[in-house]
Design a protein around this ligand. Structure first.
Ligand SMILES: [Zn+2]
Ligand SMILES: [Zn+2]
Ligand SMILES: [Zn+2]
Length: 238
């Protein structure tokens, strides 16, 4: 956090040096990005990401969306516009907030070429079946995504019963666990762990951590099967 001198912000442990929450799903040579974080450019350079074949949006909070202009260089490695997928509510927001990208007739210029698709149930991207999972995010909503035995659920403070059904049988879960103390729009760590336990998940990875969580120190407080995510982490799912 800019201007903060706490132990985590001052930490030299690379696992404590966190950029915004995002993920890249690699599948049969294709790359599907989840969210265009405000740190997308830095993340793409750091991880040497060469191509992005599609983008899934979880919701429209700025930290997950406002790196959208940095999708532009990826058009060079893609035939035609890059497809992006969002809920109907998020689609509305995207058209309103980024008319120069999504509204035809707004002229040429410095913008990424993206084609906007909405989901309303399971869909396929690059041949990969994806199930959107509705999440409660404070008084708003966000979507998580399930890919086979893996699900990525960021920005959530509650899991509706209907979504619980969609997560049956997964073995690896990335889930929002902001910090130890409660928060109004995010699960805290005990809530995230309880949610994962109620789903019977083997490997639980907490993400969207803030600077109240020290990777090494606080890892000792986590139950077995639960770990903290870190920038650049690679998770293999079979
Ligand atoms: Zn701090
Ligand atoms: Zn959010
Ligand atoms: Zn967020």
């Amino acid at each position: 956090m800019p201007g903060c001198d706490c132990a985590v912000c001052a930490s030299i442990d690379p696992c404590d040096q966190r950029t915004r929450c995002s993920a890249l799903v690699s599948w049969r040579g294709k790359s599907i990005l989840i969210d265009a974080s405000t740190d997308l450019r830095q993340q793409a350079l750091r991880e040497n990401i060469r191509r992005i074949d599609a983008v899934l949006f979880t919701h429209t909070h700025a930290d997950h969306l406002h790196g959208i202009d940095d999708l532009r260089p990826f058009n060079r490695h893609h035939d035609g516009p890059i497809p992006v997928y969002a809920s109907a509510m998020a689609e509305n927001h995207l058209r309103r907030v980024f008319p120069y990208i999504f509204c035809a007739g707004d002229g040429e210029g410095y913008r990424p070429e993206l084609s906007l698709n909405t989901f309303d149930g399971p869909f396929e991207v690059c041949g990969l079946p994806i199930t959107p999972v509705l999440l409660q995010h404070g008084r708003g909503e966000a979507y998580g995504f399930r890919f086979g035995p893996f699900a990525y659920l960021t920005d959530c403070s509650g899991l509706p019963d209907s979504s619980r059904e969609l997560l049956r049988g997964i073995s690896t879960l990335v889930i929002d666990g902001l910090r130890w103390r409660p928060h109004t729009t995010h699960f805290n760590i005990p809530e995230a762990v309880a949610c994962a336990n109620s789903l019977g998940i083997k490997r639980v990875i907490l993400t969207h951590l803030n600077h109240e969580v020290a990777h090494r120190r606080d890892s000792q407080r986590l139950p077995e099967g639960v770990e903290f995510a870190y920038d650049g982490q690679v998770i293999e799912v079979k």
